[in-house]
Design a protein around this ligand. Structure first.
Ligand SMILES: *Cc1c(COP(=O)(O)O)cnc(C)c1O
Ligand SMILES: [Zn+2]
Length: 395
């Protein structure tokens, strides 16, 4: 294994990676660091092409030492689909969708869960608890079952009911709260405190390794484009783990010498009903203030106070990117438009990225010849109510 330590991006303090750790003493999430010079000496990019089509192909850049701890359902290596018809309509000829809807548990959360649970198993975790907007809980419950680990999942009542069912099916202890993910987070903090060390807090970015699973989306985009980077990557941002992860992956690839110096501009997409990052980005702030009365059809991005706000804002600014808020009505229109033109039913979070692409192209921020990759973070099948069938005739 090439993992060397955990590093605090805020105060620079180094932490032992072989011990279970949550946040730095300064309150910041921690980032896993590797001996990248040794990785570069051990593998070449061409080698990955000979390996199985899942995220474990990047094992030198993942935090699991013993292969027996790898907990997998074949996650990763999702396809890149060109979307010429829809792209032509919005003026982005080279539009590409990375379809995470084909991941086990129907969302890219399975990447974070596979790596997070595998590492937790390696560090001897027996039970964990986490707050979730639905998909993360479903994924972690699923991988916990596979690893023989116990899970307590706390989810808002409004989360998609399929995620509830997935948790119950996987044998997790499920708690529902009448509130938002931030309320679920408070409940988890109480549970963890009461358990006095017997329950690990696996909440978003409190646990450093789910980021490592999600970063593989960044490696895959680059490898699937023939070790070339696109001009723009558009990502639906809730907790921001995927965005921070893709940013981290791109920097690691650059340090490894496997991509050129010019990196893609990263775009964070939020809903006008919950846009703390967009507001902070526009105001030039380093931290995001909590968003009041959060609500959107794109449930996976309803995160009023993301713990990784600083890291998200840094990734956007460092990459020359931006942050865009889009409204629910437009999200649903683009979802249907895309399905009719390209034959893929997106999740609303993925559709929000297409709405953002349309606006950014219309405003000139995206140029007509640029290559744009959009993340469809989950399967549209998990959100059947986004398509209204009440007017379909009987007979
Ligand atoms: C969780 C989730 C998101 C947001 O992901 P983050 O990495 O936490 O920002 C986007 N889309 C879907 C479908 C999700 O489940
Ligand atoms: Zn710190």
């Amino acid at each position: 294994m090439y993992l060397t330590h955990l590093e605090c991006p805020r105060c620079g303090r180094e932490h032992d990676a072989h011990r279970l750790t949550n946040l730095c003493d300064c309150g910041s999430p921690l980032l896993a660091r590797y001996d990248l010079a040794a990785v570069a000496a051990a593998v070449t990019p061409e080698r990955f092409g000979l390996r199985p089509a899942d995220l474990w192909r990047y094992r030198e850049l993942l935090p699991v030492a013993d292969e027996r701890h790898v907990t997998t359902l074949g996650e990763g290596w999702t396809p890149l689909w060109r979307a010429p018809a829809y792209g032509h309509e919005i003026g982005v000829a080279d539009l590409i969708v990375k379809d995470e809807g084909l991941t086990p548990t129907g969302s890219f959360k399975a990447r974070g869960a596979a790596v997070g649970v595998s590492r937790a198993r390696e560090l001897d975790v027996r039970r964990f608890a986490m707050p979730t907007n639905g998909n993360a809980g479903a994924a972690w419950a699923t991988y916990a079952a596979r690893a023989g680990m116990a899970a307590t999942i706390v989810m808002p009542l409004d989360a998609p009911t399929i995620c509830r069912r997935e948790c119950v099916a996987a044998g997790a202890d499920l708690l529902l709260v009448d509130g938002l993910i931030s309320d679920a987070g408070r409940r988890v903090a109480e549970l963890v405190a009461e358990a006095d060390g017997a329950v690990f807090d696996a909440g978003t970015l409190r646990e450093p390794y789910r980021l490592e699973g999600k970063k593989t989306m960044g490696y895959e985009i680059v490898e699937q484009l023939g070790w070339q980077v696109p001009d723009v990557i558009i990502y639906p941002t809730g907790g921001g783990v995927g965005l921070i992860g893709i940013h981290k992956a791109l920097h690691e690839l650059r340090e490894l010498g496997w991509v050129s110096d010019r990196l893609p501009r990263l775009v964070a997409v939020q809903s006008t009903g919950c846009a703390p990052i967009v507001r902070a980005f526009a105001a030039g702030e380093e931290r995001a203030r909590p968003w009041a009365d959060a609500h959107t059809v794109a449930f996976g991005i309803t995160v009023p106070a993301p713990l990784g706000d600083e890291l998200i804002l840094t990734a956007l600014r460092e990459s020359g990117g931006t942050a865009v808020a889009v409204d629910d009505a437009e999200i649903l229109t683009d979802l249907r438009e895309f399905a009719a033109r390209e034959g893929l039913l997106l999740c609303p979070e993925g559709a929000a990225c297409l709405t953002a692409a349309r606006h950014l192209r219309a405003g000139g921020w995206i140029r007509p010849d640029e290559r744009v990759v959009v993340l469809n973070t989950g399967s549209g099948l998990k959100y059947p109510e986004t398509v209204d069938v009440s007017a379909v005739p009987v007979g």
